[in-house]
Write a protein that binds this ligand. Structure first.
Ligand code: ASP
Ligand code: CP
Length: 311
């Protein structure tokens, strides 16, 4: 295993062998999970704290499951009932948790860079579970693992990421991971939702679904992140669906064996039609959630090995 860092704060900066090793380890956890076995001795005696300043269903639950399957003591801190409400700062909250000798700190925060700031203040290994519009590294890992399981590789695949790219940390982490691993990445959406940095990352931008999806192996749909938008960056939901919502007609532009992905939560009828989201052969959305647990087990495993070295 070649993972070089104490923390997992971003995909940006990781090299192909680091990503490939994490995915291989995650694949072995996916098989273990399907067999119903656990490895409860691996993180025995370690404490994992989930610190989520933003809402989450999948990420928080799967980190909890991943930690428990590896034997860690897992604590879900409820930020909405914590002393953050009494004016305690992020850094003071972190020092408090640090004093309790937490080993692994999983952080989601609305400000880009918050997990990185915390990582400089605590002894624990910090995992970014989504920070502002910056990155969501474990989401990109689980997406890559899901793609690899269906297509056998990442290199050379055409991956179209569609919708609200500008506000999406999922898109950003995926652009970094997939371009690093040799995929041909496209972003598809209205000009107001495509960030200028796409070109810098070697990603092709399209404003038309027909052109953007033509010949794609993977179609990844994203939610409109209205909570991060200032003003009317998109027309009505109905109009957005007409031009950018994935339905059978638009999916027909992609390869006949292309897979459909969505990180969740979905807004059905806005960025994706229900018939496509629930499609029995094309949609891999449920498998993404399953791979989320496996990838988070791999990340916890690798970071805990680093902690052992540091002891
Ligand atoms: N759940 C993902 C995130 O937290 C995507 C989304 O919320 O649309 O970034
Ligand atoms: N994909 C994702 O991060 O989902 P949650 O916001 O539910 O954790």
């Amino acid at each position: 295993m070649t993972y070089p860092r104490k923390h997992l704060l971003a995909i940006e900066g990781l090299e192909p062998p680091h990503i490939a090793d994490l995915l291989d380890l995650a694949e072995s956890y996916a098989l273990l999970n399907r067999s119903g076995k656990t490895q409860r001795d691996l993180l025995k005696g370690r404490t994992l704290i989930n610190l989520f300043f933003e809402d989450s269903t999948r990420t928080r639950t799967s980190f909890e499951l991943a930690g428990k399957r590896l034997g860690a003591d897992v604590i879900n801190m409820s930020v909405s009932t914590s002393s953050v409400n009494k004016g305690e700062t992020l850094l003071d909250t972190a020092s408090t948790l640090n004093a309790m000798h937490c080993d692994l700190l999983v952080v989601r925060h609305g400000q880009s860079g918050a997990p990185s700031l915390l990582s400089q203040k605590v002894d624990a290994a910090v995992i970014n579970a989504g920070d502002g519009t910056h990155e969501h590294p474990t989401q990109a890992l689980l997406d890559a693992l899901t793609i690899r399981r269906h297509k056998g590789r990442l290199e050379g695949l055409i991956v179209a990421i569609c919708g609200d790219i500008a506000h999406s940390r999922v898109a950003r982490s995926n652009m970094h991971l997939l371009t690093t691993m040799g995929s041909r990445v496209r972003v598809v959406g209205p000009p107001t939702l495509i960030p200028a940095e796409a070109a810098r990352l070697g990603v092709e931008a399209f404003h038309d679904m027909k052109a953007g999806l033509a010949g794609a192996d993977v179609v990844m749909m994203l939610r409109l992140q209205r909570e991060r938008m200032s003003g009317g960056m998109v027309p009505s939901a109905r109009e957005f669906f007409r031009f950018y919502g994935l339905d059978a007609e638009k999916l027909a532009f992609a390869k006949p064996d292309s897979i459909v992905m969505h990180p969740g939560p979905m807004n059905r009828g806005v960025e994706i039609d229900s018939a496509i989201a629930d499609h029995p052969t094309r949609s891999v959305i449920g498998e993404q959630v399953e791979m989320g647990v496996a990838c988070r087990m791999a990340v916890l495993d690798v970071l805990a090995r680093g902690l052992r070295r540091n002891v």
